[in-house]
Design a protein around this ligand. Structure first.
Ligand code: SF4
Ligand code: SF4
Length: 117
């Protein structure tokens, strides 16, 4: 369930979420952890790091105060600010032109490239 940014409990920076975040497990840098993302947001920054979230909300399950990462809202803020990755722009163009994120596909053809933001 999405929580509006205004009613979302403020992260207390305990770090419990770091152990369960799949993105942090791969990137191993604080800015990619749920705590790091919360700190970047609190500082008023808009950064491509906000795209690096699976939206799984495992972090919220273990969070002692129930802080929600609100990845969808942070991403929509990036889009409104015109902050997009080239892969994201390509997916949007493909969806508009071909109705799918992969580009032109013949009937039954599988995509050759899987894009992600
Ligand atoms: S919702 Fe995002 S920040 Fe939270 S655990 Fe999943 S990938 Fe990490
Ligand atoms: S998001 Fe929750 S679990 Fe993670 S550091 Fe902040 S308060 Fe702790």
């Amino acid at each position: 369930m999405l929580i509006g940014l205004a009613e979302n409990p403020t992260c207390i920076e305990c770090g419990l979420c770091r152990e369960v975040c799949p993105v942090f497990q791969i990137q191993s840098q604080e800015e990619y952890s749920p705590r790091g993302r919360a700190m970047l947001h609190s500082a008023g920054l808009q950064t491509l790091v906000f795209y690096q979230c699976t939206l799984c909300r495992t972090c919220r399950v273990v969070c002692p105060i129930g802080h929600d990462p609100n990845g969808e809202i942070l991403r929509s803020g990036l889009i409104e600010a015109g902050i997009e990755t080239p892969a994201n722009q390509t997916m949007i163009i493909n969806i508009r032109l071909y109705g799918n994120p992969f580009g032109p596909l013949a009937d039954g053809e599988l995509p050759k490239v899987l894009t992600c933001c």
